[in-house]
Design a protein around this ligand. Structure first.
Ligand SMILES: [Zn+2]
Length: 94
């Protein structure tokens, strides 16, 4: 139960199986239990506090990304206004 949904404090690191062509499923350990015994049965990375920690980290990263997107959007606005200026036919007088 819960063997495949282990969580660990390290950012985006948790025990999981990675399929390697020609080799099969390779266990990638995210905690000492799994690393030492090479089985998810010994996984120690699941706990509620760890989950909350991960969620917090996730939200933090999401906020940073959103801010970055906002930055890019304002830059696009600036660039667009420059393009608009260039494309506006300047009255050459008649
Ligand atoms: Zn683990």
């Amino acid at each position: 139960m819960g063997r495949n949904e282990c969580k660990v404090k390290t950012k985006s690191m948790r025990c999981y199986y990675k399929y390697v062509k020609g080799v099969g499923n390779v266990l990638i350990p995210g905690c000492m239990g799994t690393a030492a015994y090479e089985t998810l049965d010994r996984c120690t990375c699941e706990s509620k506090s760890d989950y909350n920690f991960e969620k917090k980290e996730y939200n933090k990263e999401l906020k940073e990304k959103e801010q970055y997107i906002k930055l890019l959007e304002s830059e696009i606005k600036n660039l667009n206004s420059i393009i608009d200026e260039q494309q506006t036919p300047t009255p050459t007088g008649d």
